[in-house]
Design a protein around this ligand. Structure first.
Ligand code: ASP
Length: 410
């Protein structure tokens, strides 16, 4: 599907209990299939929802001990309902042979991806939607809006949401969703892969399988945005791509929340959400088809960075982020340029870990206030999103400073 196509709600081809019970001729009405397996009566109801082109598999009976007159009785257990939103990335990519792990392209629908994972019909009901199908470097505000809409529209009717996404910018979308959506208790799990679907030992199917099981697990509730990659569960707010090639690419300093072994979700801690995460309420018109956030660009500090670069970009943006060297260091002539700007400038850092403290911001000679703000622990790409959201909310400089400082002590 091209990114321009309308999102489609499609039927799940996953290997359900129903798919194993053939033939089922009549899809016009709900079909009840009864089977005896190891003295246990299994009932599978197939309810075709023609209007939305989806099949809901209601299966799973919790057997309760036979008690009344020796007759077995059964109690219906409704399975968690999980929504899968497909956006593309390496997890949805194909190469030309099984040893290719670079230079591949996005070519797999969410439906095909779901085909590649083991049967989970006993664990949850699945519904899925292809929002776009792109490499995450191409994700723009229109697609981000689709993801935002896909998530907010699913919050009420599902027990968990899984979003397949390219790993390159997964942290940005995860940070955006964590900042803009009141997820309540609902688990929202982002998942990607480092190898294309065609490669030997492709990691996508296992990561996706685990993401669905994480989303369907009640222990995942109340933890905000989660990420499933390489058997690890991490916080979407803190995640950063730390390795351009390795399967263990989201190896963040803030640590993993849990891991995944043999179909089991293990959390190290009770549910907790990121410290002081500032929540924004987006005001979008019902006709909106994109986000239209204020424009913020990122400059990258380096030895002998020319101060003129600041003049070249400042007039074209509503705000700037600069990846400083160390914990806020920039040459004096660049600091002077930035100090003279009236737009907010976030001092972030090139280093993967650590923070930029307010104490390291350059000051004017007369001590007058400036529009420079320290990013604290936020890296440049997350700082950019946070500043865009602050500007979209018409926050004044002091409020923006408080948002950054409040979250990270920056
Ligand atoms: N280029 C890919 C993407 O971000 C990388 C990946 O998914 O691992 O879409």
């Amino acid at each position: 599907m091209s990114s321009d196509d309308e999102p489609a709600l499609m039927s799940s081809p996953i290997k359900t209990t129903a798919a194993l019970l053939e033939p089922i001729a009549d899809y016009e009405t709900s079909t009840l299939v009864e089977t005896m397996v190891n003295d246990t009566l299994e009932i599978t109801t197939i309810c075709p929802d023609v209007e939305h082109g989806k099949f809901i598999i209601e299966s799973g009976l919790n057997e309760i001990p036979s008690s009344v007159c020796g007759t077995p009785t059964y109690q219906h257990r409704s399975l968690p309902r999980i929504k899968i939103l497909g956006t593309g990335g390496t997890i949805a990519s194909k190469g030309s042979n099984s040893s290719q792990t670079a230079g591949y392209h996005v070519d797999l629908t969410i439906q095909e991806l779901l085909d590649s994972i083991p049967d989970i019909s006993r664990v949850c009901e699945l519904e899925y939607e292809q929002l776009c199908n792109v490499d995450s470097k191409d994700l723009n505000e229109e697609m981000l809006f689709k993801i935002y809409k896909g998530v907010t529209q699913s919050l009420q009717s599902f027990d968990g949401i899984v979003i397949t996404h390219g790993t390159d910018t997964l942290s940005e979308t995860a940070f955006f969703i964590e900042s803009c959506v009141d997820t309540g208790e609902l688990p929202i799990v982002f998942v990607g892969s480092m190898r294309p679907s065609t490669s030997v030992s492709a990691d996508g199917p296992m990561n996706l399988y685990q993401a669905i099981l994480i989303a369907a697990n009640s222990k995942s509730r109340g933890r905000g945005i989660l990420v499933s990659l390489n058997d690890q569960i991490s916080a979407g707010y803190y995640i950063t791509k730390t390795n351009a090639n390795s399967l263990d690419s989201f190896n963040v300093r803030q640590g993993y929340l849990g891991n995944f072994v043999n179909n089991e979700v293990h959390y190290y801690y009770p549910p907790v959400k990121p410290q002081g995460c500032h929540k924004f309420k987006l005001k979008l018109s019902p006709q909106a088809s994109t986000l239209n956030l204020p424009s913020v660009c990122i400059l990258y500090g380096h030895q002998a960075i020319p101060p003129e670069i600041v003049d070249m970009v400042a007039d074209h943006y509503d705000g700037l982020v600069i990846a400083t060297m160390g914990a806020g260091s920039l040459p004096k002539n660049v600091n002077e340029k930035l100090l003279s700007l009236k737009i907010p400038v976030i001092y972030s850092k090139r280093s993967m870990d650590g923070m930029v403290p307010t104490a390291n911001l350059p000051k004017t000679q007369d001590g007058s206030s400036t529009s420079l703000i320290a990013s604290g622990y936020l890296n440049p790409e997350k700082s950019r999103i946070l500043l865009q959201l602050c500007l979209a909310g018409s926050y004044c400089l002091e409020e923006i400073r408080r948002v950054f400082r409040g979250v990270y002590g920056g």
